[in-house]
Write a protein that binds this ligand. Structure first.
Ligand code: GLU
Length: 475
């Protein structure tokens, strides 16, 4: 059975890069009907950020990336939490000491910092590896100590599903700390122990972990455990080419949702950051992604977080929303923008749904209904429609005369009335409809045509606006 895990450290909020990792883990598992696990890696207590764990849970809940199991009773389980598993890390560390693949180290901070070179880089000199057995036995009873991995001579090779076979010379690796003096494992040790304990088959994480994977590979080998499959994800950059991060333009997922992005669109967009879908299709629901996702189509080249593309993806999801769902989401924005009594908000929702990328943009598309904005008469010029302020002056007069007497105020009747008048006087439909729309809305673009706007405004308001338009043109 395929089993994956998302293993965040609770060091802050989740941005699109973190979500991508969680999503790929989720998709790798779910594509094979496997299990997706959440594990909070909080063994580095100094980096712990209050509230970060809740933020992770909230983001996964909002985006529908539900994890499948964890400690707890019945259906009421939480994620695995490393700090609560402290007792599980000592036995394998002791096993490594017994087999000569790890050792106790008593070196003080001062001694370690004296080993740093001029760039501040420190490689442990194995001073404690050579301590006599009896000395170690007595010092572990009275002194703080850490346990270090003994990196063997030679080379280490591992296979990554995205980056292929990677080999490094072991002398590039340090005898890293596995257990700290407070008894907590380091992340580097705990992830291996837990991934094995939780029977994880595939590990997806950022490519910054490629350089640590040889150390993990050596640990799996030293403990006699099979290696999981590694799937390292390409670098995610901001538009300035820097690694996307909390200090570099990344915003939290709940914040994106507050800005108007739909969770399903954010998930869809995250999937595209480094993975090429088949058939150039780009818009997917989470279920569709689950069906088509294939880790072999993950690319090595960096991907760039592009808010314009996210906005486009969002627009496609907005268009696909059932109309009643869109109407309910749009209502507060439409109500804030249009207060005219008797407004049919459902109709405004139908008109605006195909034209917005973010639901909250719908209000500004129809705010001209309440108040005619100031506009320049140049707005009456439209080359393709063959109209300009001079023509508009004439066709607006015609429009006013045809509409003043119209009893049945609906857009079909309005359209017919002005079209006949235009034709009788040698003007095209466009030459009357463009000026009509401009005078009614005062905007260069509107979510619906002139006749529909007239119907929305009602007869009195429409005639008033046409009179204002004419007056502007007669000055
Ligand atoms: N705790 C690590 C992090 O938050 C996870 C790395 C991994 O997936 O193994 O970056």
């Amino acid at each position: 059975m395929v089993r994956t895990r998302y293993a965040p450290s609770p060091t802050g909020f989740m941005h699109i890069g973190n979500l991508r990792t969680a999503l790929y883990e989720y998709l790798i598992a779910k594509h094979e009907n496997g299990a997706f696990i959440l594990r909070i890696e909080d063994t580095d207590q100094q980096r712990y950020v209050e509230g970060a764990e809740d933020a992770i849970l909230e983001t996964l809940r909002l985006t529908g990336l539900n994890y499948d199991e964890g400690p707890g009773i019945g259906g009421d389980y939480g994620p695995y939490i490393q700090s609560q598993r402290k007792a599980d890390y000592l036995p394998p560390a002791l096993r490594l000491i017994e087999s000569g693949q790890a050792y106790y180290c008593f070196c003080t901070k001062q001694r370690l910092s004296s080993l740093a070179d001029e760039r501040g880089i420190m490689k442990y000199d194995r001073y404690c590896l050579h301590l006599p057995k009896e000395e170690i036995a007595s010092r572990i009873l009275s002194e703080p100590y850490v346990i270090r991995q003994l990196i063997p001579e030679g080379k280490t090779t591992f296979h990554d599903e995205v980056y292929g076979d990677i080999t490094i010379d072991n002398n590039e690796l340090e005898d890293q700390i596995l257990l700290k003096s407070d008894g907590m494992p380091t992340y580097n040790f705990a992830n291996v122990i837990d991934d094995h304990a939780m029977a994880i088959t595939h590990i997806a994480r950022g490519c910054e972990y490629l350089t640590s994977t040889p150390k993990y590979t050596l640990l799996y080998e030293a403990l006699g455990w099979p290696l999981p499959r590694f799937v390292h994800l390409p670098l995610l950059q901001n538009d300035a080419g820097q690694k996307l991060g909390k200090r570099n333009g990344a915003i939290s997922i709940p914040q994106l949702i507050d800005m108007g992005f739909l969770p399903e669109a954010i998930v869809n967009y995250a999937a595209l950051l480094g993975w090429s879908p088949p058939d150039n299709k780009e818009i997917f629901t989470l279920d569709e992604l689950t069906q088509v996702f294939d880790a072999t189509n993950i690319s090595k080249s960096p991907s760039t977080y592009d808010v314009k593309k996210l906005t486009w993806v969002n627009g496609e999801h907005v268009k696909a929303l059932p109309p009643e769902v869109f109407a309910a989401m749009a209502l507060p924005y439409l109500q804030a923008a249009v207060k005219k009594p008797g407004t049919d908000y459902n109709r405004l929702a139908v008109i605006t749904q195909p034209r917005v990328s973010l639901v909250n943009e719908c209000g500004e598309l129809v705010d001209f209904i309440d108040a005619l904005p100031e506009y320049d008469i140049e707005l009456y010029t439209h080359k393709k429609m063959k109209t300009n302020p001079d023509i508009a002056r004439e066709t607006l007069k015609l429009a006013i005369s045809s509409l003043e007497t119209l009893c049945d105020w609906n857009h079909t009747a309005i359209g017919e009335a002005v079209a006949i008048k235009a034709e009788e006087n040698g003007y095209t439909k466009g030459q009357i409809l463009w000026p009509l729309r401009t005078a009614l809305s005062g905007k260069p673009s509107t979510p619906c045509g002139a006749t529909e706007i007239a119907e929305l405004l009602g007869k009195d308001e429409s005639l008033q606006r046409l009179a204002i338009g004419l007056k502007k043109l007669e000055v």
